[in-house]
Design a protein around this ligand. Sequence first.
Ligand SMILES: [Zn+2]
Length: 100
Amino acid sequence: MPENKCDDPRCPIHGQLKTRGTRLAGLVVSSKAKRTAIVEIDYTIYLYKYERYLRKHSRIAAHNSDCIGAKAGDTVNLAETRRISKTKSFAITGILKPKA
Ligand SMILES: [Zn+2]
């Protein structure tokens, strides 16, 4: 839980935004846009033909409310929400590990 309060209506902790469904953890690669962070998720898939794992990643736009304020390099928790904009349907619920 973040110590500071915020008046962001789309904050998953202080606002009206409800979270549901998928929960993910990933690395923030950009926080340039206002109240939005780009979070990279690393995952592996197994290829039966080659009997090896393939490393993949995807980038998810997530709501970064004022009280959390995640920066590039932070590892964060994400929760699925309703669609907030064309590309955003996740919100950052907390910082798992700040940038070293
Ligand atoms: Zn807040």
